[in-house]
Design a protein around this ligand. Sequence first.
Ligand code: ATP
Ligand code: MG
Length: 511
Amino acid sequence: MSAFILEMNNITKTFPGVKALDNVNLKVKQGEIHALVGENGAGKSTLMKVLSGVYPAGSYEGTINFEGEACHFKDINQSEQLGIVIIHQELALSPYLSIAENIFLGNERQSRQIIDWQATYAESRELLERVGLHDSPETAVMDIGVGKQQLVEIAKALSKNVKLLILDEPTAALNETDSENLLQLLLELKQQGITSILISHKLNEVSFVSDSITVLRDGQTIETLDAHTEKIAEERIIKGMVGRELTSRFPDRHPDIQETIFEVRNWEVYHPQQSDRKMIDDVNFYLRKGEIVGIAGLMGAGRTELAMSIFGKSYGKRISGELYKNGARIEVNTVAQAIEHGIAYVSEDRKTYGLNLIEDIKRNITSANLKRISWASIVDENQEIVEAQALKMKLNIKTPTLEQLAGNLSGGNQQKVVLSKWMFTEPDILILDEPTRGVDVGAKFEIYTQINELAQQGMAVLVISSELPEVLGLSDRLYVMNEGRFTGELTKEEANQENVMRYMTGSEVEA
Ligand SMILES: Nc1ncnc2c1ncn2[C@@H]1O[C@H](COP(=O)(O)OP(=O)(O)OP(=O)(O)O)[C@@H](O)[C@H]1O
Ligand SMILES: [Mg+2]
């Protein structure tokens, strides 16, 4: 038998107006961790959907060989039967069901048509043990964080006797600890003989964990790097991805900071369900025109809760405190009022709060500010195209047409549409929550450049990011948050990885 468990040859896949894959070749060795990297829209997710039967045989050209056999999958069930399991970019668990129910959803443990709960829980416990998750299998999925949800997805894959595990950006939404755990788990599964394909934009992880790295660019295979013959540095991968060296990760910044435009005083927020649980505790801060301010903190520190509670009280109960704009007190009780006062919030969860997947790109961009392109309540559709086109160019959104549904865009390009949408509202105060999640290295630079430009135009920008290098690289000033409170405020000069970490973990509290 060949050393390759999987061989995909000359795969070509076309969507209306796009050749997503153009004669792609991918060879994966038995038992290895094979990374698949490339810019947003390069074709990574599409290739894996071809492999797993999401796109059935006949809808693409080329051949697939798995364990030496030619495959013509009609659907995802057929690939799963052979042990090919894909965990998609957007997690697909049912939030209201328990961990155990999710693991065996569609694959129920039953005897005589009745679900065998004893077997379900017993097997779940074993699987959870294998992935290192210590929660009860009866816990509802919505009560565990994204990191643990990834582990549940993997447990689910293991329940199907997986031989080839495909993970599409599993760590995009994870903090550092959860990411490390997940990578460790991949290495353990490798010991047990399971082959994995890992798609990731976090190139440090890729170079840490992979045996081989295949680079896609514009739907074509560029190269496969062997991590055993040479140590593959991030710079080397980037060169393959973008076709040139990337000299700097951050654009030059010459801030022009003016007067205070926005102030939050004595802000307190309680949990929406557990009414005595304080989520935000006496937070005070200010933003100045032209300034980029970062908020650093660990997952669960309360950054998103803070941002959403400010943005028209879209999170939390019993909210108290004051908001000031240009020195005058403002009332912001709804999202509409927030927008009215020039506040915009770009959500970290683009699927739920940012995008309408079944609407086209241009309307997604203009939807939060239709007024700007309407006369007498009628949308000027020509104007809409002009404005949307301008933002598409600015952020380099990869799509053949603005009429494309947002749901058909690649993950990173969806993120750019969400950003465009809020740029279109021309806010005075722009809050960005994980603005570069799932975005490739090159596109990050473009987004940073845009953020700089917005600040240059006088906007006050508040950036929340779990990537410490990103908050440090981007911000003129930085707040650190821990357990619902601000524990430190640092200027760009004062801020570095070490002291921010200390404030983040609460080992240092400001006097
Ligand atoms: N269902 C679809 N209809 C039309 N075009 C599509 C569809 N799915 C993907 N595409 C297009 O195919 C190309 C490849 O997309 P794909 O999702 O594979 O990229 P990706 O490499 O996974 O990117 P990312 O890193 O942003 O997730 C993109 O131009 C995308 O817009
Ligand atoms: Mg993708």
